[in-house]
Design a binder for this molecule. Structure first.
Ligand code: A2P
Length: 307
């Protein structure tokens, strides 16, 4: 399995196992970074209206496709509806506002069709089902190839079932050895909903270590990330790979597409190179015992609690 060939089933289409995440890449920088990511081999680009970089990402997609001699169909593009969040003074979007937000994302990205459109978080409260209805209609109309949610719990997904609407095809959630969400993942598997992993690199010492890159990572986690005795460092050394590669491989080997972000071309290449080694069953079992519970990527706490 090479990075370009490896894909997971997503409803009746396929999604690349390794995608390029763009959270915290400024709009002005996004075009160059995304074009570089495509040049080194990424074929899935993940953005969101809430990242405020869709225009830059779209320019990078156009440039990257041209530079690599690709066509639009060679690339898989995900973006997300920002659903609103009353707790932040941001009124939840209804059906028409959801459709308008989709149109704005599509225009900013410069694309006719979006491969995967997600509701970014369950913070839409009593508008959640209307928002989902709008996504279902976008899919029926051929504007998006697959639809899903992000940061949803079992209860939020059950709400969709109770409304008699088609179930999501994916749920993008924070997943790494410190936040494995086994019950939610088992539920998603049973329902045929693909879990997509974000923030796979949380246990790295360098993860969001720069000023202004806040998270809910605890001091204890930060110390454990830095420890020379970190089990991830020890294990990665045994496989002759970097700690980042080990964490990303844990994701794909668990059956989750991963979305590493890097602005550095060498690290981008490293993050795509996950298929020349395999984590042993014994080491996967050891990692299964490292779960610490909720995610930490959001400074405001695990976004599954947002609604
Ligand atoms: P950089 O862009 O300098 O490579 P997030 O998960 O918040 O989106 O960010 C990923 C973080 O992990 C970034 O700070 C990125 O820094 C860093 N990173 C990405 N890939 C690697 C890697 N292979 N080795 C070390 N750090 C990495």
């Amino acid at each position: 399995m090479t990075p370009l060939q490896s894909r997971f089933a997503l409803g009746d289409i396929h999604i690349p196992a390794v995608g390029f995440g763009t959270y915290l890449i400024a709009d002005d920088d996004a075009a160059g970074v995304v074009a570089d990511a495509i040049s080194v081999g990424f074929r899935h680009i993940d953005t969101a209206a809430g990242y405020h970089n869709e225009a830059g990402v779209g320019a990078g997609i156009a440039d990257g496709i041209a530079r690599a001699g690709l066509s639009r169909d060679d690339l898989f593009v995900t973006t997300k509806l920002w659903p609103g969040n009353a707790a932040w003074g941001d009124p939840p979007k209804g059906y028409d506002e959801t459709r308008a937000a989709f149109e704005a994302s599509r225009t900013a990205l410069g694309l006719d069709v979006i491969d995967l459109y997600l509701i970014h978080a369950p913070s839409g409260a009593d508008k959640r089902v209307e928002q989902w209805q709008a996504l279902c209609d976008l899919k029926t109309e051929g504007m998006v190839r697959a639809i899903g949610v992000s940061n949803y719990t079992e209860a939020h997904i059950e709400e969709i079932r109770a409304a008699g609407l088609p179930m999501p095809e994916a749920n993008q959630i924070e997943l790494h050895p410190w936040s494995q969400k086994p019950d939610l993942v088992a539920f998603l598997r049973a329902e045929g909903i693909l879990p997509i992993a974000y923030s796979s690199l949380v246990p790295l010492s360098t993860w969001r270590a720069e000023p202004g890159q806040s998270s809910a990572k605890t001091e204890e986690m930060k110390a454990d990330s830095q420890s020379a005795e970190s089990p991830f460092k020890t294990m990665a050394a045994r496989y002759g790979v970097s700690e980042a590669q080990l964490l990303l491989r844990w994701g794909v080997q668990s059956g989750f597409p991963v979305l590493p972000k890097s602005t550095n071309a060498d690290r981008m290449k490293q993050n795509l190179d996950l298929f020349s080694f395999e984590i042993s069953r014994q080491d996967m079992d050891m990692m299964a015992a490292m779960d610490r519970g909720d995610g930490v990527a959001w400074a405001t706490g695990d976004p599954r609690d947002m609604g």
